[in-house]
Design a protein around this ligand. Sequence first.
Ligand SMILES: Cc1cc2nc3c(=O)[nH]c(=O)nc-3n(C[C@H](O)[C@H](O)[C@H](O)COP(=O)(O)OP(=O)(O)OC[C@H]3O[C@@H](n4cnc5c(N)ncnc54)[C@H](O)[C@@H]3O)c2cc1C
Length: 317
Amino acid sequence: MAHVYVLVEHDRGRLKDVTAELITAARPLGVVSAVVVGEPGTATGLAPALAALGAEQVIDASAADYSRRIVTPEVDALHALGAANPAPIVLAATQAGNEIAGRLGARLASGVLANVSAINADRTAAHEVFGGTVDTTAAVGGTCPIYTVRPGAVAAAPQPGAGALAPMQLPPASAKDVTVTSFTPAEAGARPALAGAKVVVAGGRGVGSVEGFSEVVEPLADALGAAVGATRDVTDEGWYPAETQVGQTGVTVAPDLYIGLGISGAIQHVAGMQTSGTIVVINHDQDEPFFRIADLGVVGDLHEIVPALTAEIAGRR
Ligand SMILES: Cc1cc2nc3c(=O)[nH]c(=O)nc-3n(C[C@H](O)[C@H](O)[C@H](O)COP(=O)(O)OP(=O)(O)OC[C@H]3O[C@@H](n4cnc5c(N)ncnc54)[C@H](O)[C@@H]3O)c2cc1C
């Protein structure tokens, strides 16, 4: 029976939401084998959740030195699996996922389709290109075609599977491996993480300054329990951190609600948020392109509208 490998996304044993999307996206290709690469015990802990999402098999590729290595354990595990028992491989289109996919493509002599929005049973996959203005379907060759799926592009549809655990031996680190000598987790703020947030409030050049973000954008985000995003112009100016940049060269978001403040709607920004559920745009120039994809557009000065909106929301809670 046709099968497919899905690389499980987790954060030190905590399952990431995108894994459910990957399993759903992979299902047309065959029975799903979820590959867990991590510290010993990680796969055992995740197996029930992966079974509930639809994994028939949970492959336990553990290594005691996992936390001191980057990327290569995942490449080694998927390479060994694909070489021994060829099948398509599905990963998240994150920085690490795309890096792993590229290395695997070289090792397995198979093609890579990056950043796809859907995978079809005939091994083709869909892309949204040019900022979502054109949909394409592309084919990929090799015995182990490799796909990276854009987070948020596929709605997760869990469908219970057996989740049978299968251990596999990971090769030890070689002299060529990068070894992590120290590790400091980034400080998590009180707001939700941008990727995967249900509500995003994003600010553009129209916000005007660092203070504009702390005094106008962040209070609205906090009133809604939202993550804060920014345009590249904003992060280039240093008004908000680079990791909050939404768009083609930043984070892709697909929240239920996206509110864009003082953003013109350049194609490179739209590419990273166009699959959002409801899009609200506040801008004082009614001719800006962002209004074309808005479900609700408000024409006016954000510095007047947003504090009033925040006060109204706070008053109703
Ligand atoms: C290769 C490449 C990759 C890129 N990648 C990205 C990316 O990943 N993400 C990204 O965001 N950009 C990206 N860009 C940049 C992109 O092209 C735009 O320059 C950028 O998105 C514009 O940011 P902005 O909307 O904040 O600024 P602007 O285009 O300057 O728009 C500011 C808006 O604020 C409005 N405004 C001003 N004052 C007010 C006010 N008081 N009240 C209400 N509205 C107001 C204006 O009417 C205007 O519409 C990329 C560009 C290139 C070339």
